[in-house]
Design a protein around this ligand. Structure first.
Ligand code: ZN
Length: 240
């Protein structure tokens, strides 16, 4: 099975469309949370996801927009965008987000937004935190989002290795356990403004990281028209 693994769409429809067009043929989508927040087109992103076979888990911005997480835990720009998003959400979008689980196990894969220990809020960017997460999921491979930074952690009982997520090169997964982040679709934060995602081949046990440019100016213009925070608009072109 070919799986398009993506995270942190953040209401950026143009970026999501670019990813879907670039991904080619796939069987299903696994979405790791934060479909909304920051960006200008929350309902359109949810509707587009709904037109595909997909699994999805909740992100902190998803629940923040519904008021299921305390907005005081968000920075000022994120909070403003969440309040704006709450006003925009259709009944169908609201129901979709409300029903998202915190974690999902699918075969030998676990899907979660932040970390298996704290599904909505923990950032897995350091090997020490990755190590602490291992007892909190039982499958071999855990896909996470939240940091918006493409990453691979290969874990044995004795060590956590940080592998380089080279773009376009299939990486064969071994017998270790893994925590893998596909990077962010709608607001990359690794200094590369292109939308980030990965393709998983479950039969071959390979992952391939991909980047695709999108028309950032369209998203920025829509954000301006919506009155969303200037810093959130500017950061898109810097990939931060
Ligand atoms: Zn996010």
């Amino acid at each position: 099975m070919q799986v398009l693994v993506l995270s942190d769409i953040h209401s950026n429809l143009v970026a999501l469309q670019a990813v879907l067009a670039d991904a080619g043929t796939f069987d299903t989508i696994w979405s790791l949370g934060d479909v909304v927040g920051y960006g200008p087109q929350p309902n359109e992103c949810i509707e587009l996801l709904l037109s595909y076979s997909h699994l999805a888990v909740a992100g902190n911005h998803d629940w923040g927009s519904l008021g299921k997480l305390d907005l005081r835990d968000f920075n000022v720009d994120a909070r403003q965008a969440n309040l704006w998003t709450r006003e925009q959400l259709s009944a169908r979008s609201w129901g979709y987000i409300e029903a998202l689980p915190e974690t999902l196990d699918e075969g030998d894969y676990t899907l979660v937004h932040g970390s298996p220990r704290y599904p909505l809020i923990e950032y897995l960017v350091y090997p020490s935190l990755v190590r602490q997460s291992l007892p909190f999921f039982s499958t071999s491979i855990c896909f996470v989002g939240h940091s918006h930074i493409p990453s691979i952690f290969a874990c044995t009982d004795s060590e956590v290795r940080v592998l380089t997520p080279e773009i376009g090169v299939p990486i064969k997964l071994g017998n270790e356990r893994y925590i893998i982040n596909p990077g962010g679709v709608g607001q990359p934060r690794d200094g590369d403004a292109r939308a980030s995602y990965l393709l998983l081949d479950t039969a071959e046990r390979t992952i391939t990281f991909r980047r695709v440019p999108y028309d950032i100016l369209i998203t920025q213009t829509l954000m301006q028209e919506a009155g969303l925070p200037p810093r959130s608009i500017a950061r898109l072109e810097f990939g931060w």
